[in-house]
Design a protein around this ligand. Structure first.
Ligand code: PLP
Length: 361
């Protein structure tokens, strides 16, 4: 094999390209009709009422934390292993991150370890649908109800399910995710108050955007909060709408490839307790992970490691999180390797991955 097989890659076709070109020729490059259409399409597909699109998955998480009113002193429970954005969003709002250990079979938050972390200051749980698998929302909902907590579902890995369970659900449209807008994100919710707050926060904390002013014919607006510019252009939303048409096929293809991998690596891969749309295919090796990792790289496999426990990053260490806080997360981090997985892998690509990985494990 003379090309490198990356761990993830976008799929763009002529429909996507034409959708973008059409917007470039239209009146609105940003904050026009494609934004609303994209919001409605993603919400409908995911069986949620409302969508608020934004410029990436990280700002989606920030919007969600703002919507539920995370502020100084609030404690938010976050799984120890995820992308750093899953907990950074809490810090943006001045909240405190309380890391929870993960389930070593699924790498989702360990629902049996949440209750011991809850204090009177706990406000919410950020649940990450890790690698594409839904968390245990039966338990998460029970705990949230019992202690009056909210759930933010970071589903950056898991667009393509038919139902979601968080009070707010966030997606990312980065090119390695299931569908892409280049950069982009969205928050879904059934709560119109959250929608209004997030739309205001997305555009500088200003009460009426320029379109509403255009329609009403007057110039007046007020800035009532210190918001941000988290808007996503129409150009990108057109790409998102076009990508969304292909999402079911993307997921089917990912699941088929995962099934083939399972034949060879099923005994060392993560386990499925709930539906999985397979963003990542992760195997666990008992020892020599870094040596195996380097060998696989030499063989042109774009393997990766998702992820180091967040609190081991220097920034979080400076905040005072101690080593050994979440022992399962730290142990599993030493063993995991993510294999290439994306919809337009050929049968030969898949066979190549299986042959090479089998050589080293
Ligand atoms: C990708 C990702 C994000 C952030 O999304 P961006 O669009 O890159 O900002 C957040 N959480 C998780 C779990 C992710 O994988």
């Amino acid at each position: 094999m003379n090309k490198i097989l990356p761990y993830g890659r976008q799929y763009i076709d002529d429909d996507d390209i034409n959708a973008v070109i059409d917007v470039l020729k239209s009146d609105f490059l940003t904050t026009g009709p494609k934004v609303t259409e994209f919001e409605n399409s993603v919400a409908e597909k995911s069986n949620m009422k409302y969508g608020v699109a934004c410029n990436n998955g990280t700002s989606a998480l920030h919007l969600a934390c703002y919507a539920i009113g995370v502020e100084n002193d609030n404690e938010i429970i976050v799984p120890a292993i995820s992308f750093v954005a899953s907990s950074n969003c809490v810090l943006y709002c001045g909240g405190k991150v309380v890391f929870c250990d993960i389930d070593e079979n699924t790498m989702c938050i360990d629902v049996n370890k949440i209750e011991q972390l809850i204090t009177p200051k706990t406000k919410a749980i950020i649940a990450v649908d890790f690698a594409g698998q839904l968390c245990n929302y039966i338990e998460l909902k029970r705990i949230a109800n019992k202690y009056n907590l909210l759930i933010i579902e970071d589903s950056a890995h898991a667009i393509g399910h038919s139902n979601y369970y968080g009070d707010l659900v966030t997606f990312s449209f980065h090119p390695v995710k299931h569908i892409t807008t280049g950069e982009g994100g969205m928050v879904l919710t059934n709560n119109i108050d959250y929608v209004n707050k997030m739309k205001m926060f997305r555009t500088h904390g200003i009460t009426r955007d320029f379109k509403e002013r255009e329609i009403s014919g007057d110039h007046y607006y007020e800035m009532v909060e210190l918001g941000y510019n988290y808007r996503i252009p129409d150009i990108l939303c057109a790409l998102g709408i076009s990508q969304l048409n292909k999402l079911d096929n993307f997921v089917k293809k990912r699941q088929e490839i995962a099934k083939k991998y399972d034949e060879y690596f099923g005994n060392i891969s993560l386990k499925n307790y709930f539906d999985n749309v397979y963003h990542l295919y992760i195997i666990k090796v008992n020892k020599n992970r870094d040596i195996i990792f380097k060998e696989l790289k030499k063989e042109k496999l774009g393997v990766n490691v998702h992820y180091m426990p967040i609190y081991l990053h220097p920034y979080y260490q400076k905040l005072g999180y101690e080593k050994n806080l979440c022992p399962i997360a730290e142990k599993i981090y030493e063993n995991i390797i993510t294999l290439p997985l994306y919809p337009n892998m050929t049968d030969d690509d898949v066979k190549y991955v299986i042959d090479i990985v089998s050589k080293y494990i």
